[in-house]
Design a protein around this ligand. Sequence first.
Ligand SMILES: [Zn+2]
Length: 372
Amino acid sequence: MTLRGTNQESGRPFNRRIVLESIRLHGPTTRGDIAARVGLTVQTVSTIVRELEEQGLTLSVREEPKGRGIPPSKLTINPEGGHAVGIHLTPLGIEAALVNLRGDVVESRRRDASNPTPDEAFTLIRDMVSELKASPLRGRLLGAGLALPGPFDVESMSFVGPTTMTGWKNVDILQRLAAATDLPVFIENDMAAAALGEQLYGFGQQFSDYYYLFFSVGLGGAMLNDGVVMRGAWGNAGEIGHIPAIPDGEPCPCGNRGCLERYLSLDAYRRRGLTEAEWVCEVAPMFRHAIRTIENLFDPQTVVIGGLAPQSLIDQLATLVDGLDNSVSARANRTSPRVVAARDCQHSALRGAAALAVYGILSPRYGQMFET
Ligand SMILES: [Zn+2]
C-alpha cells in the first residue's frame, strides 16, 4: 500500500482516511512508520491519530519493554469502535450486513429478489437494516453504504438487459437509501465497492496495483492504481463486460454485438447449461484473451477474480492461469501468479460498501457527530 498524504489544507479528510487505512493495513504500527509510509510529517500524523482516538476508531497499545527504554506506543484499529451497514444490491437479491471497523461481518441478512424494483428493494433494505439495528451485537452505527450494479448514468447502457436491473433509471438512490435506513448514506457501483473491499480486507495487503475482475451476473471490473480505484471521468472505468470479443457475435442488450459478457459471466454460464468444469473448459480461450487485454491495458501486478459467482467457479477460472497468452505481464521475474482467486469474494462488495460509510464519516460533513 503506497497511498500518500497531501500537505494541502483541503486534503485533511483525505489524510484522515489514509492514516486510518494505513493503521488498518499495517497495525499495530507507530506514528513514525505511518508518517514514512504515507508521506506526512510525524506531527501531522499525531494530530490525526489524536482525532481518530477521540472518535474511538483507533487504539494505542504499548508493548512490554524488551530491553532498556520504553517502546513507542503502537496503533491499531479499534474493531468495536463502530459498525457500518454494508448493503449489496444485485439482480439476484439483496444482502445487508453489520461490519465492524476491522472488516468482520458481524451479522448479516439476505433476501432473494429477482430484479427487484426500487420500491421492492428499498422495502427489503428497510426491513433488513431495522433487524440489524436491533442486533445485540451492534455498536455505534456510523452509516450505510450501498453497492449496486453499474454502469452508472450512461443513457443508452444503464440498467438494461438480464445482467443489470430494469426500472432504476432516474431514481434518487441516495435519498431513497437515507429514508430507508435513517443513517448517513453512501453509494458506489459494485465493481468499485468490491475492489475497495478487497483492497482493505484482502489482497490489498499484498498488492497496490491490480485489476479486480468482478465476475457477476454480468462481467465488470476495476483497476486499483496505487491502492486507489481508477474511476474514469464518470466512474465507469474498467467496465470490461462490453468490450468487443467476437465480431458480429451474439447481440447484447447494450445494442452492440459480441460483447465479452455475453460469453463470460454468470448469466452466460447459466444460459449455457453446462457443468462448471465443462463450461470453464469451453470459455478458457475467451477468458485468456480477456486477461491478456486487461494486462496489456493496465500492467497490473496481478488480476484478482471475485464477484457473485460461487467460489468453486471462481477457483476453477483461476486455474486457467496455466496456459495464459503472452502479454506485458508474462515476465520472468514475477513473484505472484498473473491471476488469483479472491478469498471470501462473496463478501467483498458488502465490506467495500461498509467501508464507504466509514470513510464518508471521516469527512467534515459528518465530523461534528463525534465532537466531544
Ligand atoms: Zn454489450
